[in-house]
Each structure stands twice: as C-alpha cells, then as structure tokens.
Design a protein around this ligand. Structure first.
Ligand code: EPZ
Length: 415
C-alpha cells in the first residue's frame, strides 16, 4: 500500500546463484560438504530435491547445508524437478566427471527468452564426453574426461552456468583444461574457491581464462557462500524509487561496482563502510540514465527490471538496452498499468520518467520482474496487488518481512 518511506538497515543474505552450482559441485565427492550462509529459497529446496534424487542425504538448518552420500546412487536428474529450475542443468558436468554417466532433463522454455544449453554441451563434448539428446533428456557418458582447450564464448558473450558445468567437470579430467571466454561473475569465483577447498587445481577464477589441472579425486570441505549481489542491488533500487535512506549490511561492494556507479549517476549518494556495509542516500530528484546489461563486470541483467522501476520516476528520458536476454521485458506492460510510460522496441526500452506511479492490480511473470513490481508498488500512490508473487520466493528470502522492518506497508495474501 504505496508511497512507503523506508528507513534503517537490511541484512543481505547468501547468494542464490553462488549456492546452486556449489551444491551441484558436492556431486564431485562422496565425502561430507558443509556449506554456510545458504539462503532458504524455493530454488535451493529444488536443488536439494535433485541432489537427493542423485543419492545425496541433506540436512538444511539455519542457513547451513550438510551434504553426505548414500551407497546407491542414481545418475538421473528428473524432468519434474529440472523443469522448475534451469540451474539444475549444472549437475550434468559434476555427475559425468564423478560417475562417468549422467541423464539430465533438458530445461524447458523460459519467460525471459530463449536459453539454449549448446555451450554446456559443446564444452563437455570437448572434454571427451559422448552426449546425445533423447526424449527431452541429455544423456552423457565418458570413462574418464580428458583435458582440452575450450572456447566458451556464445552469441551473447560468456555463459555463467556453462562455465560452471565445464569447470566442475574439468576438475576430475585427465591432464589440463583451458577455458577461454569463461564467465567472470563472482558466483563463478565463489564456485572455484569451493572446488579448490575440495582439492581442485584451478587458476584464473574471476578472469576470462580458467586453467584447471585435473586431479584423481576431490574431498569434502566446509565453505561460506558469498553475499547476494542481486538482492543488494534490489534494495539499492528500492531506496532510489522510494527516495529512502537505507543501510545494506553484509553486502560485498566489490561485486557491485557497475550497480553503484549507475545508482550514483541516477543521483544516489553511496558510502561504503569497510567491505560489508553500504549506505544509500537518494537524491530528491532522480536523473534519467542509459543502462546496457552485460556479462560481469558490466551491469547485471538480473537488476534491469528493478532499475527500470526507478527510472519510471526519473526526471526525463532513459534508455535500457538488454544485451543478455533481448526479450526480458515482461515487466514493461505491468509497469505501464501503474501509470509508467515505457516503450519497448526489440532489445531496447525507452522510459519517459513520470512524477508519480499509481497503485493497480499487476501480475509477476518471473523472479526479477516481481521484485521490480514490488519496488514500483512501494513508490506508487494507492494500493497495488501483485499476483503470482510466488516467483519472488525463488530468489528473495522473506522479502516482505525485510521490507516491513524497513517501514514498508506490505502484506502477503493467499490468492
Ligand atoms: C545465470 O543464468 C543466472 N542464473 C541468471 O539469473 C542470470 O540472468 C544469467 O546467468 C546471466 O547473468 C544462475 O546463476 C542460477 P547464461 P545462466 O548462460 O547461466 C546464452 C536470476 O534471476 N546462452 O550466462 O543460465 C543465454 O541464452 C537468473 O537469478 C547460450 O546461447 O545464463 C543468454 O542469452 C535468471 N548458450 C546468455 O548466453 C548456452 O549454452 C547468458 O546466459 C548458454 C547460454
């Protein structure tokens, strides 16, 4: 129920997109893995379900995952689970490397646009896997993978989960693997650090060139997941749109440089205290800016919708260019229902800033679009009802509790 003035400190949780491939990496060993600061989200629960199908026993309590292995192990990741979460596909590489065969359902369609897995398959084939697609499943097998030089660049640049899949598989391959045009996201660096704690030999994490020297086996380890930079960026957008001063506790500012730069251009005054606290003081007037989404360290596509919600209130015309998922604009029509003026043309969105948005009934289409609609609702006059809000539970832990603590007038209703 709009026009909320937010105030105070919000604690940023562990990263969903770092946790998921790290959980899949536990398939590379039979010994125990303990992973801390894992957010309690729908997607994490889905990955737990998939790992249990693949012979893992898992205890998840208070942000800590304790993962162990059962004797009998299946190598099939079923469609009923994979179809609910594409990231499940990154079980393919570790399964193949550790168990010499894998059968993983192909992830279906996605509302944010076409999301092929050709780079995943290309990279694993170059490591020597025989891969075929049958009845909607990817079947892969290889007695022992062999190191190779792999170029992993795609039409839209690097791929985060293809890099994760090939990196994990290469850790147990014969000899050395070189991955060029690898993703540089902090989530990949976190995954590499986890694998190194298991005994993997990796160099170049966080750069486009990864060097992996294969080892015979990997052991369990204890690890802490990095903070969620997309959750942090979402609260920076909320602070801008509601013109509220916020303090983000536990965020890693070094992962947010492009986001902080963009927020400053819009008019925010941002202070970084040490490396785990960010304070945001928004300006009274929001500047229009141009944003282009790019692979890390560029501006993240997962914050495009949330920052569009802010720019709907800016003092002028902004342009957003979506270079990762050119169709990722399902939120545009819903924002326009709230009185925004956004025109979409292919991968571009032209936003004519308005003085005010108005509450309305809107529908969430995907995880980040739902966060954008909540931000717009917090800054809108009157009451907004966001339907299909279950999308938000995939990536934000107890978001309405966090917002309520900051003074938002928000409640969840059963539909
Ligand atoms: C990761 O997805 C994130 N998911 C996504 O976040 C994020 O939007 C995306 O990276 C880009 O940053 C997780 O980490 C779990 P990509 P991923 O492979 O790895 C094309 C969220 O909201 N491509 O880097 O699946 C692809 O179509 C989610 O938390 C190919 O062409 O994305 C896209 O245009 C949504 N062939 C581009 O590359 C391939 O084989 C980047 O995709 C793979 C990808």
């Amino acid at each position: 129920m709009g026009k909320s003035q937010l105030k105070g400190t919000v604690k940023i949780g562990g990263s969903k997109n770092a946790s998921l491939p790290i959980m899949a990496a536990s398939l590379l060993t039979d010994s125990e893995c303990r992973i801390h600061k894992v957010p309690d989200l729908k997607d994490i629960r889905t990955m737990i379900g998939i790992l249990e199908c693949l012979g893992k026993t898992i205890v998840f309590d208070n942000g800590t995952l304790i993962i162990n292995s059962k004797k009998n192990k299946s190598f099939v990741a079923p469609y009923r689970l994979v179809r609910t979460m594409r990231a499940s596909f990154c079980c393919l590489g570790p399964l193949l490397a550790k168990r010499t065969k894998a059968k993983v359902a192909l992830p279906g369609g996605c509302v944010i646009g076409p999301r092929p897995v050709d780079l995943h398959i290309k990279g694993l084939r170059q490591l020597g896997a025989q891969i075929s697609i049958e009845k909607g499943y990817c079947l892969a097998q290889a007695k022992r993978l062999e190191g190779a030089n792999i170029y992993l660049g795609g039409v839209f640049g690097s791929s985060v989960l293809a890099t994760a899949n090939v990196l994990m598989a290469a850790t147990l391959a014969e000899a050395e693997t070189l991955i060029e045009h690898a993703a540089c996201e902090p989530e990949i660096e976190s995954l590499a650090n986890f694998l190194k704690k298991m005994g993997a030999q990796i160099k170049g994490e966080g750069t486009p060139t990864l060097k992996i020297k294969g080892v015979k086996s990997l052991s369990g380890c204890e690890f802490e997941v990095i903070p969620d930079r997309i959750e942090a960026g979402t609260f920076i957008a909320a602070s801008l749109a509601t013109k509220s001063s916020l303090n983000l506790q536990g965020a890693d500012a070094s992962h947010l440089r492009s986001v902080i730069d963009t927020a400053k251009r819009i008019g925010a005054d941002i202070n970084i205290d040490g490396n785990s606290s960010i304070s945001v003081k928004p300006a009274k007037r929001l500047n229009p800016v141009n944003i282009t989404t790019l692979p890390y360290p560029g501006f993240p596509t997962d914050l495009q919708a949330q920052f569009m919600a802010c720019l709907c209130l800016a003092d002028g015309i902004s342009l957003i260019t979506e270079k990762i998922y050119p169709d990722r604009f399902m939120h545009v029509a819903e924002l326009n229902r709230m009185g925004a003026s956004v025109q979409r043309n292919g991968p571009y969105a032209i936003i004519e800033g308005k003085h005010e948005l108005f509450g309305a009934e809107v529908m969430a289409s995907d995880l980040r679009a739902s966060a954008a609609l909540v931000i717009a609702a917090l800054s809108a006059k009157g009451r907004t009802q966001v339907a299909r809000v279950y999308h938000i539970d995939r990536g934000y832990e107890k978001i309405e509790d966090k917002l309520k603590k900051l003074g938002a007038k928000i409640e969840r209703r059963k539909q």
